[in-house]
Design a protein around this ligand. Structure first.
Ligand code: SF4
Length: 212
């Protein structure tokens, strides 16, 4: 069994692009762009805050987690805990705004699963805080979200364990990718169209051969 713990950030990278995830976590390729630099700044600001308590809630920032059964490790932006009950509540800071997909919820749910494994207590809800909209979005860790999260964790683990970096799929998201220059996804499109032309040519030839 592969004992390697996957960083929580790999889930986010996988959601954005499986190739990006493999390049970063298997091939140790990294480059910053404006978006990643801005995201890093937001997380640094959050992480640098001291633990504090207000109105019966304790706030802990930059909380390190490791969950060997899940195979995950990472650092949580903020964990709020209700002093009276010990109830835990993870909060993740995001650079942008809420997305139509459930990937941000999924990443937060993975954090909750890590906290559950470490503390043995149930974590039922958390929140996403979006920098662009200054909005705090509550998230319930439903059975469906938990199942989806566990499925994705195992997909990421399988991909990283295979050591195979998926081929580039050129799309709109590539424009926001910090690895664009290193990945050069347009080359794949060019290769594909070249391969298509070659296939076309070879089909034409075989047709000619058959018709003789
Ligand atoms: S440039 Fe596109 S295909 Fe390449 S890693 Fe980035 S998002 Fe993925």
């Amino acid at each position: 069994m592969d004992q390697r713990l996957i960083p929580l950030s790999a889930l986010q990278h996988y959601a954005f692009c499986p190739r990006q995830c493999a390049l970063i976590h298997n091939e140790q390729v990294w480059a910053d762009n404006f978006l990643t630099a801005q995201g890093n700044l937001i997380h640094e600001r959050v992480d640098s805050g001291e633990p504090e308590s207000r109105k019966g809630i304790k706030f802990e920032r930059g909380v390190l987690v490791a969950a060997p059964s899940l195979g995950l490790t990472g650092k949580l932006d903020l964990v709020e805990s209700v002093v009276a009950t010990g109830e835990l509540f993870p909060v993740e800071y995001k650079r942008g705004k809420p997305k139509p997909s459930d990937w941000d919820e999924l990443q937060l749910c993975a954090q909750a699963l890590c906290l559950e494994e470490m503390t043995g207590t149930s974590v039922t809800q958390g929140a996403l805080w979006y920098h662009q909209t200054r909005h705090r979005h509550p998230v319930q860790f439903s059975t469906g979200l938990r199942e989806h999260t566990i499925t994705v964790i195992s997909q990421v683990r399988d991909m990283l364990k295979s050591g195979i970096t998926p081929k580039a799929q050129y799309g709109k998201h590539c424009k926001a990718c910090s690895l664009f220059d290193l990945c050069q996804p347009q080359l794949m499109v060019r290769d594909k169209s070249l391969a298509y032309q070659q296939r076309l040519f070879s089909t034409d030839t075989s047709d000619e051969e058959t018709s003789e």
